[in-house]
Design a protein around this ligand. Sequence first.
Ligand SMILES: Cc1ncc(COP(=O)(O)O)c(C=O)c1O
Length: 332
Amino acid sequence: MPVISVPEAFNEEELYVDLRPIFGHPLYLKCEGFNFAGSVKLKTATAMVEGAERDGVLAPGSILVESSSGNLGVALSMIAASRGYRFLCVTDPRCNLSTRLLMEALGSEVHVVDEPSVSGGYLGARINYVRALCATDGRYVWLDQYTNPDNWQAHYRTTAPAIAGQFPQLDVLFVGAGTTGTLMGCARYFGEWRRPVRIVAVDSVGSVSFGHPPGRRMIPGLGMSMRPPLLDESCVDEAVHVEEVDTIRACHRLARHGFLFGGSTGTVVAGAMSWLARHDARELTTVAIAPDLGERYLGTIYQASWFQDRYGEDVLGSGDLPGHHVREAASY
Ligand SMILES: Cc1ncc(COP(=O)(O)O)c(C=O)c1O
């Protein structure tokens, strides 16, 4: 029986969903959303705050500041409340309303940057805003998830060994790429492992992380409008790009089976299924990482008016429309 006294002390590390019955391809989905921050970002946030405490960067009166599309902001809000720091999150209009309310409920201040910067998109604008803020007041401490090595090292120490422990025969690992902290931590760990594992990064179309052209992206979590400073492509075997319509379809398909996951899980699952459909995967052991759950996306990915306005009336076809409960043949 786990009994805790601080919220960051609990994380479910051993839960997987077998997706073969739903999608027809062998894939185990590691669920990272079962903790008090509700996402994989609990690990990054804890590691970065502990790193700053260790280095003496955080002092009484410090104000944590970070640019986040949401989940890291929630995790930092939780840890800041738990440890008695103030926290200011700089986000943009794509941040879900519920995520923003969650941060405020935990006592954080949220600033929304309205205008994307000319060359760096919303991310560039958020980072410029954080830099300007830090220049005005020495109490601000920017943890900088985009360059902070504690981000990838958190996954090198926890996520990757947890997967290795459960899947000693692992062949392929699918990891979504945002800051690439999760990706790089897992890629470096499995690069040193006793057997070769193919590391497949999953990114959204419109993200420039792997040198593709920029484009419109509406779903937060995955994808970047600048090259991720943490990314070392030599550790990654290949990158798969997923259209947001396919993200929506994968999310709804999972939901029709009772699994309500977040947008980046839909992207990772869609990317993994397209990869598995192109390879003879019958004998392979494959795992994908699900960064969060679906409740934060009820007003977007799971709301018909939102996704039909953006991706067209027919985005789901008939099979995945809410309320239809149609079970399709088990292939993607
Ligand atoms: C929902 C969600 N998915 C995926 C990611 C990407 O993880 P990483 O930044 O480790 O690449 C994030 C990061 O913010 C996220 O919030």
